[in-house]
Structures are given as structure tokens and as C-alpha cells.
Design a protein around this ligand. Structure first.
Ligand SMILES: [Zn+2]
Length: 150
């Protein structure tokens, strides 16, 4: 069986919670997923891209809906060169000002400097919106949920 990770990343890609709040969120996620192999809070010095692993299913422009795949890799490379401090760009498809973090990822993905994650949570059902909101409340800012398949 392949591994899965239930991961929460703050919607604000540059923001990090306090370590106290991160610890509380770890305890909350452990209570939500008691069978998980591990539950961790990971702080990163620089912004990174949290992709959904094998669940990746493309990316589209959030302004016009066009397939963003033709230009996404180039935009990622350019942004990576800035350490992902510059996520905004002009979308080549329609000229709109967009952010790499707000593009329509076919399966949720996110940029961030913090991730709360449970390895192999073995949940019978997906977490509810209410549970997801409580994780964000606990950390101090709204989060995005990403199911990763490795
Ligand atoms: Zn567009």
C-alpha cells in the first residue's frame, strides 16, 4: 500500500504560527487521526511548494480557466530562483495578474513555510470542513488541506 499524508498549509504562504499554537494543532490533529503513524509540525526557513504527489492532476489559470500547464513549469523555475518570495506573475494565457498560490490546482497544492501533517492517518472518512476550520483556528490563520499520495 502506498503512503498517504494529510497535510495542512496556511493559506498565507509566508506566514508561520507560533510554536505553542503549532503544538496545540499537533495535539488536535492527533486526536482527529489517532491511528496516524506520526503527526508533525514542520517549519521551513524558505517558502516551498507542497505538491500532492501522485494525486497531481494538472493546473489551470484561476483568472480565465485555461490550462496553465504550458507555462507553469517556467513560472515555477522563475519563482524558485527568488526562493518563492515572488509568487505573483502575469498569466501568459490572458494577461491577468495571478499568484502561483492561487492557481486552480486540479488536486489541492500549496506554497508555504509551515505544514502540519499526519502520516498514514487511516481515516475511515475524510475530515469535515468543521475539523479543517478548527485546525486553522488553532494555528491562528485559515489553512488549506492537501491529501498527498506518495
Ligand atoms: Zn489566464
Amino acid at each position: 500500500m502506498s503512503d498517504s499524508i494529510l497535510r495542512y498549509v496556511p493559506k498565507d504562504p509566508f506566514w508561520q504560527p507560533s510554536s505553542e499554537n503549532a503544538e496545540k494543532a499537533v495535539a488536535l490533529l492527533r486526536a482527529m487521526a489517532p491511528k496516524a503513524e506520526s503527526v508533525e509540525a514542520n517549519f521551513e526557513d524558505e517558502v516551498r511548494f507542497y505538491d500532492p504527489g501522485e494525486s497531481w492532476s494538472g493546473v489551470a489559470c484561476n483568472a480565465c480557466g485555461a490550462d496553465a500547464w504550458p507555462w507553469w513549469n517556467g513560472a515555477m523555475e522563475a519563482s524558485f530562483a527568488s526562493g518563492f518570495t515572488e509568487l505573483d506573475l502575469v498569466a501568459p494565457c490572458c494577461g491577468a495578474h495571478v499568484s502561483l498560490n492561487e492557481l486552480r490546482y486540479g488536486w489541492p497544492a500549496a506554497f508555504g513555510r509551515f505544514a502540519l501533517e499526519a502520516l498514514n492517518p487511516l481515516l475511515m472518512e475524510d475530515t469535515t470542513e468543521d475539523q479543517d476550520r478548527r485546525i486553522g483556528d488553532c494555528l491562528g490563520k485559515p489553512v488549506r488541506k492537501i491529501w498527498v499520495r506518495l
